[in-house]
Write a protein of this length. Structure first.
Length: 117
């Protein structure tokens, strides 16, 4: 499985960004897709995940502001990020889990999100 993320950039606080991630390869084996992020000097953290059936999980810090969605036909997952805050600035990684794993076993290359105050 290969994951190609795009959509990062520089925005001002309060603005929005939409991240996309296209999966290729053994896509039929993918169950859960999601996004993690890592800011400088901080641990990597889960942002949101979505199952093939559309069940979603969000970090408390992004609930109500971020929305994860998935187009199974196009093997793509999206992260709509609204009302961005400076603390959302990080490298965002697209992830995929195959089978019944509880942690991602595939990671994309990361896309930078910068939020100026």
């Amino acid at each position: 499985v290969q994951l190609q993320a795009s959509g990062g950039g520089l925005v001002q606080a309060g603005e929005s960004l939409r991240l996309s991630c296209a999966a290729s390869g053994s896509i039929g084996s993918i169950n859960v897709m999601g996004w993690y992020r890592q800011a400088p000097g901080k641990q990597r953290e889960l942002v949101a995940t979505i199952t093939r059936a559309g069940f979603t999980v969000y970090a408390d810090s992004v609930k109500g502001r971020f929305t994860i969605s998935r187009d199974n036909a196009k093997n793509t997952v999206f992260l709509q990020m609204n009302t961005l805050k400076p603390e959302d600035a990080a490298v965002y990684y697209c992830t995929a889990r195959t089978g019944w794993r509880t942690e991602p076993n595939y990671w994309g290359q990361g896309t930078q999100v910068t939020v100026s105050s």
